[in-house]
Design a protein around this ligand. Structure first.
Ligand SMILES: NC(=O)c1ccc[n+]([C@@H]2O[C@H](COP(=O)([O-])OP(=O)(O)OC[C@H]3O[C@@H](n4cnc5c(N)ncnc54)[C@H](OP(=O)(O)O)[C@@H]3O)[C@@H](O)[C@H]2O)c1
Length: 270
């Protein structure tokens, strides 16, 4: 049965434009003059790791940041950023596994226009060990799907009215190269890999379904990043990862919708 989600996005006035036009549009965010327009990004899991870095960099670039965190009262770094930039950041409680909370947050921001929805929140569950075939904990696996796979679609659905008010309408979901079936040469990590492979399909399908609405929907691989999830042996810093992904996002054109793109701009095979 085909699932029908109520996305009501008026056709973008930039849909169908040439790449050149769209590149100019995105590059203009870097003009000091254009910062007065203040694009708006909503970020899930904005309190630490890659999400916090996105918040910091978008604030520094003059954006409005709707920063979502499960526990605002424990999000010291995010709260301190918000205290330094009270005009640019609002902090909101959001557990992306809780669909009622997602709907309530969307309803509480009735006039907000969102240019970029960043589905960043994610969980790594299970063992990293490759070559180990163990009976998985099925409840934990289901939870990984709730957060990594189902939440990005639920967020897109709940915030579609907000995206429809923007001329940019970008939905970027932080996936992982570990969700690439073509790239899987090492095994292991069943729960995480499958949840990210599945969200890649969500992204591709949303890109098709929202094409006429003028939305650009992509999956991004952040690299192997030094965060709580990536660990200290990871190859790049959050600063490098997020700078790269922001550049990718800035250069997106409608032709990129439905693609899986690394932080360094390379396409990743599904
Ligand atoms: N680091 C890497 O090398 C790497 C590589 C590939 C992909 N990724 C992806 O990049 C994204 C960010 O990862 P990271 O490295 O920054 O991980 P992290 O340091 O572990 O941070 C994860 C973030 O997700 C939030 N989160 C988890 N479950 C949530 C829920 N149910 N509701 C709301 N927020 C929730 C966490 O909030 P709390 O603080 O409340 O737990 C935290 O803000 C994830 O989607 C991850 O899969 C990371």
């Amino acid at each position: 049965m085909r699932q029908c989600i109520a996305i009501e996005m008026p056709r973008s006035d930039t849909a169908g434009s040439s790449d050149k036009t769209l590149l100019i549009r995105h590059d203009r965010h870097h003009d000091t003059h254009e910062k007065a327009d203040m694009s708006t990004v909503l970020i899930t899991g904005a309190n630490r790791g890659i999400g916090l870095e996105f918040s910091q960099q978008y604030v520094a670039d003059g954006w409005q940041v709707v920063a979502c965190t499960r526990r605002p009262e424990k999000s010291d770094a995010l709260n301190s950023l918000a205290a330094r930039h009270p005009q640019q950041i609002s902090v909101h409680a959001l557990d992306v596994a809780d669909h009622t909370q997602i709907d309530q947050l969307a309803a509480s921001l009735p006039h907000l226009s969102i240019d970029l929805l960043l589905n960043n929140a994610g969980v790594y569950t299970g063992s990293h060990a490759a070559g180990v075939f163990q009976a998985p904990d099925y409840e934990t696996w289901a939870y990984a799907f709730l957060v990594n796979t189902i939440a990005p679609l639920k967020m897109a659905q709940a915030f579609s009215p907000h995206l429809s008010r923007s001329t940019q309408k970008i939905i970027a979901t932080i996936s992982s190269q570990m969700g690439s079936i073509a790239d899987n040469n090492s095994g292991g990590s069943y729960m995480y890999r499958s949840s990210k492979a599945a969200v890649n399909m969500v992204v591709k399908t949303l890109a098709i379904d929202l094409k006429t609405a003028g939305a650009i929907v992509v999956a991004l691989h952040p690299g192997w990043v030094k965060t709580d999830m990536g660990g200290p042996n990871a190859l790049i810093s959050p600063t490098q990862s997020v700078s790269g992904m922001r550049q990718v996002i800035r250069r997106l054109t409608p032709e990129d919708s439905g693609r899986f793109i690394s932080y360094n701009g390379q396409m990743i095979p599904w």
